[in-house]
Write a protein that binds this ligand. Structure first.
Ligand SMILES: [Fe+2]
Ligand SMILES: [Fe+2]
Length: 184
């Protein structure tokens, strides 16, 4: 599998997570309770799979490779992607604060979860669309086949060092379980 295909597959997992989060926020809006364990699993997925793993592959490997191939970092699509990663991090912080409030029965926590989840879903959906259709297309144009192969090893290193062995499979299993609870 090419590194671009791997990143696109990860995008599919992020989009599935956003659909699960949407369903959870609908339940909360209609006054139903949601299992805290599921909220914790989603937060871990967003912090580790999406941010530490996927965003690290882009920020530490793909974007620097594109810069080295002549795509400027400042004022172009790479700067926009980096800025959106930052925005995503702060929305996940907001979501985490909402979940912490929900754990202790804080009244404002449900609206905090809904507000941050909605903004996060909107941001990441458009971010992924831009990467799949603009940024990754540029990457495929400017990066050589040899460079793509070399990046595979760097991706593997990120998964092992920053996420942990077998963690990737574990995340997919958790996501599949949440999907069958909330979407099937
Ligand atoms: Fe990204
Ligand atoms: Fe991405």
């Amino acid at each position: 599998m090419t590194v671009i295909k791997e990143l696109k597959n990860e995008h599919e997992a992020v989009l599935l997570t956003i659909r699960i989060i949407d369903q959870i926020t609908s339940l909360l809006k209609s006054g139903q309770t949601v299992e805290l364990i599921h909220l914790d699993q989603i937060l871990e997925f967003l912090a580790v799979f999406v941010d530490k793993c996927h965003h690290s592959k882009e920020e530490k490997v793909l974007f620097p490779a594109m810069e080295a191939a002549g795509i400027p970092r400042e004022g172009g699509p790479i700067a926009t992607m980096l800025y959106e990663h930052e925005q995503g991090r702060s929305l996940v912080q907001g979501l985490r604060s909402g979940v912490e409030g929900y754990r202790v029965g804080k009244e404002s926590s449900i609206s905090e979860i809904i507000k941050n989840a909605h903004k996060y879903g909107k941001l990441l959906t458009s971010h992924i669309d831009k990467e799949n259709n603009v940024l990754y297309v540029m990457a495929e144009r400017v990066l050589s086949a040899e460079k793509m192969v070399a990046m595979e090893a760097e991706f593997t290193r990120i998964e092992e060092n920053e996420v942990g062995p077998n963690k990737h499979e574990e995340f997919h299993a958790t996501l599949h379980a949440l999907k069958s609870i909330y979407l099937d």
